[in-house]
Design a protein around this ligand. Structure first.
Ligand code: ZN
Length: 151
């Protein structure tokens, strides 16, 4: 990752934490999941409105560090309008990115702005902050009854 790209990614994280997208409760959620990262104190509540197989709307509420909140914000923007299968595919891309080494190139074509989360690979302790919202989305789509914990 070049220094310029790293700066850009940092800006995206800061901006999404400052003004999170889709920070809201849905009027008609069909799925809901809770996630927590006790290591950092991040909490997220994610709601999804499914229209058939498609994510018609998605919103989150929560508290925690900038990485977790920005990740949730980026997530909601990225999966809006996607099918469950497309969202699952994106989850896999994000998970693969976050669990790869800091030197592994990020596929910006597939990930778009979400690629900004790749910057946390330089700080292994923050990877769970970034992955929390994605695991929570997966739980919501799977209609899992158990709250998600990164521990
Ligand atoms: Zn955190």
């Amino acid at each position: 990752m070049t220094a310029d790209l790293s700066d850009l990614y940092q800006q995206i994280i800061v901006e999404h934490n400052r003004a999170p997208r889709n920070f809201k409760q849905l009027a008609h959620p069909t799925r809901r999941a809770e996630g927590a990262n006790p290591l950092c104190g991040d909490q997220i509540s994610l709601e999804v409105e499914l229209d058939g197989d498609r994510i018609a709307d998605v919103g989150f509420q929560g508290s925690g560090c900038a990485i977790s909140q920005a990740s949730a914000s980026l997530l909601t923007g990225a999966v809006q309008g996607k099918t469950k299968a497309e969202a699952e595919a994106l989850f896999r891309e994000v998970h693969a990115m976050l669990t790869s080494g800091p030197g592994v190139p990020v596929d910006t074509a597939k990930l778009g702005k979400v690629a900004a989360l790749g910057g946390v690979r330089q700080f292994p302790v923050r990877v769970k902050c970034a992955s929390l919202p994605w695991h929570t989305l997966r739980a919501a789509l799977a209609a899992a009854a158990e709250p998600v914990s990164t521990e």
